[in-house]
Write a protein that binds this ligand. Structure first.
Ligand code: ZN
Length: 395
């Protein structure tokens, strides 16, 4: 199903995206890529030997072996891998020998030929595995039962982020499987808690769950959550500034540059307004996040962003629209004859967003929308993982 050089057939990809286990499979895909890269491109005999020894040891001790996985998936496509030389090759059932450099085409052809058959065999199996894993499979379930979610975009980071660090993939996998060692986890799941206490170590108010640590802890609201929120929103904001001629060049998504409070030219004005306060219970960072006024087109657009827990995404959208009704009215009074529109940008903390959001951003930025959302997703994911890591260090 997953080619040794990391290619997934179109059919397979669609099917797997639909059932929401793409995340796990793409990790394997990256692992396979890594496996062949290790043996195929490290030309120094000493390095190859060291990698081989490591892999042999992994196989002998029954640990996960990248090479073994790579070989297994190649076999699914009727290809045998011969990795025991300095020039690894693929061999087809007809006996044709193909070098690593040309293996991409061979895998593509094999996937086209066997893709459907493999899908029919594997997809029900993966569905069953995820359903059985009540704790670890829960978030995957939520993903594929969420009809408003753009499921293909949800895991876009795995496919489109060529330089995605391996610790990011591993970290996301850990969060999806709810394996972060929270107090709730050590009490309920591993039963290693010594005092049975479940209250959050940082705020001491609420049970310490993954959802609480990553999105609901008041102790992190003004620091880590606010930073995650701003870091993602500024990507969209900078693009809008560019669109309206208020900026000449957009900084990269990972740049620490933050927007100025106000921008203005002869036709447009923009403001970035993040007042700092938190409401009780629900962690909020802002009143209204960004506003753009184009006097030539007679348009006002306000942007609101939040990064909720994955189950709260749809609710958040409704909440925002209701809450900002009076503000919209006020803006309509202030800018008479202008079209006033509110955009709720809700990207959950594991990078999922709705099909509706894709449409809204397309309305704002046209063809650039997809790339902007992908960059925002990378930013949210990176900062969520940063919160998870900080939490691990603190505990
Ligand atoms: Zn807390």
């Amino acid at each position: 199903m997953i080619g040794v050089l990391g290619a997934v057939s179109k059919d397979t990809e669609t099917w797997l995206a639909e059932i929401g286990v793409k995340c796990c499979l793409e990790s394997l895909q990256k692992a396979c890529l890594l496996g062949t890269a290790r043996l195929g491109h490290l030309r120094s005999p000493a390095t190859v030997e060291a990698v081989r020894e490591f892999e042999e040891h992994a196989m002998a001790s029954d640990h996960q072996s990248l090479v073994k996985e790579a070989a297994k998936y190649a076999e699914e496509l009727n290809i045998t891998l011969q990795l025991d030389t300095l020039n690894p090759v693929c061999v087809t059932t007809e006996g044709k020998v193909v070098t690593a450099a040309r293996a991409g085409n061979l895998l593509k052809q094999s996937q086209e030929k066997h893709g459907f058959e493999l899908c029919s065999r594997w997809v029900p199996l993966f569905l069953e595995i995820a359903k059985d894993k009540k704790w670890q499979g829960k978030l995957f379930h939520i993903r594929w039962e969420d009809e408003s979610l753009s499921i293909t975009s949800c895991f876009a980071w795995l496919k489109g982020w060529a330089t995605c660090p391996t610790h990011t993939i591993a970290g996301m996998y850990e969060l999806y499987e709810q394996l972060l060692p929270t107090k709730l986890y050590t009490k309920e799941k591993t039963q290693t808690s010594t005092d049975g206490e479940v209250l959050c170590r940082l705020c001491g108010k609420v049970a310490e769950s993954v959802a609480h640590v990553l999105a609901g802890c008041s102790s992190l609201a003004q620091t880590k959550y606010l930073y995650r929120h701003n870091a993602a929103l500024k990507i969209l904001f900078f693009e809008l500034l560019l669109e309206h001629g208020l900026m000449e060049e957009v900084p990269p998504w990972y740049s620490p540059v933050m927007p100025k409070p106000a921008y203005q030219n002869t036709t447009s004005e923009a403001c970035w307004d993040i007042p700092i306060y938190a409401e009780h219970n629900e962690v909020r960072a802002n009143l209204i996040d960004a506003r753009l006024v184009n006097h030539e087109r007679k348009e006002v657009c306000t942007i609101e962003m939040s990064c909720p827990w994955i189950e709260s995404r749809a609710k958040k959208d409704e909440e925002k629209t209701l809450k900002y009704g009076p503000m919209m009215w006020e803006l309509k009074q202030r800018y008479k004859g202008y079209r006033v529109e509110q955009y709720n940008v809700i990207i959950d903390l594991l990078g999922g967003y709705s099909k509706h959001l894709e449409k809204s951003v397309r309305k704002l930025l046209g063809a650039r929308a997809r790339s902007v959302l992908e960059r925002m997703q990378k930013s949210v994911i990176s900062n969520t993982l940063n919160i998870a890591r900080t939490f691990k260090i603190n505990t």
